[in-house]
Design a protein around this ligand. Structure first.
Ligand SMILES: Cc1cc2nc3c(=O)[nH]c(=O)nc-3n(C[C@H](O)[C@H](O)[C@H](O)COP(=O)(O)O)c2cc1C
Length: 287
């Protein structure tokens, strides 16, 4: 892998290469890893504090990302050693993803990336009664990814972006959105929530690297449609439109009252006609 990094940087010196690294809970081992990888000429690190398969007994991956005290300590070692920017990759397998994200940013990381896979059990074989995937009759929970996790990833990125906007100078820190990205539209959604960059994993595994070219061209189509000439022009634009359930109810009540005043849309349940169901529903919830 180190040789591949070196070769890539030689072939594409003007492109950014980010090394994804993971190590066990051992300061010397982290320092050695950082030194060896930096020598290859990579531009930045993404530190995997989020692999659900990371061995907890060796305090690797999500075992660190789920424990803020441990995370602070390990981020401290890494940022003291690294001479290039460091991103911390966050696990979604935690109640409040903003907590480790905040710790990583306060501990010297330049940014955070979210999400890694979601811990799950794929299914149970109803003939053998054993969990899937089955290895010699046994299984272990694994990481769920791809399209199904996209809405969950959007939610987590939205939470982190809001926290970063209110607690950090967002011109100095960055956020990378990951989870179920296959199209330019999927990428645009992360950017609209505040992501500076977007990553693709399973999409490329399933459909090949050609997916990235198509994604970029779809993203450009989206930008043309809205007259955006740079990512910065639409980054975070959707973020202010998240509010509370209580506020949504209040806004809907207000809007219904306004429509009543000008006799527009459905005004009460007795106005349902049945035939106009779709139109009448839209009159209550449309933007
Ligand atoms: C087979 C597989 C291997 C992965 N290996 C890593 C890894 O080594 N390090 C890491 O940080 N994330 C790893 N991930 C997580 C992905 O980078 C990504 O965060 C997650 O799958 C969600 O994005 P996606 O829906 O585009 O796959 C892996 C995911 C899959 C499916």
């Amino acid at each position: 892998m180190l040789n591949e990094f070196k070769k890539l940087k030689e072939e594409y010196p003007d492109r950014i290469l980010i090394a994804s690294i993971m190590e066990e809970y051992n300061k010397d081992a982290w320092e050695e890893l950082i030194e060896r990888v930096e020598e290859t000429g990579v531009d930045a690190f993404e530190v995997n504090f989020s692999c659900p398969h990371g061995m907890p007994e060796r305090k690797m991956g999500a075992a660190v990302g789920q424990d803020c005290a441990l995370l602070e300590e390990v981020c401290g070692w890494i940022n003291a050693k690294a001479t290039i920017p460091v991103w911390a990759k966050m696990t979604p397998n935690i109640t409040d993803i903003t907590q480790p994200a905040r710790v990583a940013l306060r501990s010297g990381c330049e940014g955070v990336a979210a999400i890694n896979t979601i811990m799950s059990v794929m299914g149970i074989n109803l003939d053998t009664l054993r969990p899937e995937p089955c290895v010699e009759g046994y299984s272990t929970p694994g990481g769920y990814s791809s399209k199904a996790v996209h809405p969950i990833a959007l939610g987590k990125v939205m939470n982190i972006a809001k926290m970063m906007k209110s607690e950090f100078n967002i011109d100095e820190y960055s956020l990378s959105g990951i989870g179920g990205v296959e199209t330019g539209g999927d990428a645009a959604e992360f950017i609209l929530l505040g992501a500076n960059s977007v990553q693709v994993c399973t999409g490329v595994m399933m459909h090949g690297y050609g997916l990235v070219k198509k994604l970029c061209s779809e993203l450009k189509d989206f930008m043309r449609k809205h007259n955006f000439s740079s990512i910065e022009e639409f980054r975070g634009l959707s973020l202010p439109y998240f509010t509370t359930h209580t506020d949504l109810v209040r806004r809907q009540k207000e809007a219904i009252q306004q429509r009543k005043a000008i006799k527009q849309g459905l005004q009460s349940d007795k106005d349902w006609t049945g035939d106009g169901f779709v139109k009448e529903t839209e009159s209550m919830v449309s933007n």
